[in-house]
Design a protein. Sequence first.
Length: 114
Amino acid sequence: MGSPISKETFLERAQARFADHYDYSQIIYKSYKTPIHIRCTLHPVKVIAITPEKHLQTTGGCKYCLRASRIRMLERELQRDALIHPSLLEAASSPRQAEDPLVREFSLSEAKGP
């Protein structure tokens, strides 16, 4: 079990990791494992309740920022795959795919899963 950290240590680590991305003015710090209330400065629509431990270990706790981050990662992967396998990109955007019933049936069954 780790040693407990103080509010000042937590704030220093949070500022180093997230800079001014979160507003820490409303926190009532009790311990590293007790939830605090913070607010994302990019998406201030909702107060985030998260433990200081999880806040420092994850992307911060804002679900809107997490979604944007995942979209950026997926777009990066798609661009990387398109550079490695350009024929896959051409096949996916081919108008023949929509016309061919076998391809369309395979695509639908693949989307539905087992």
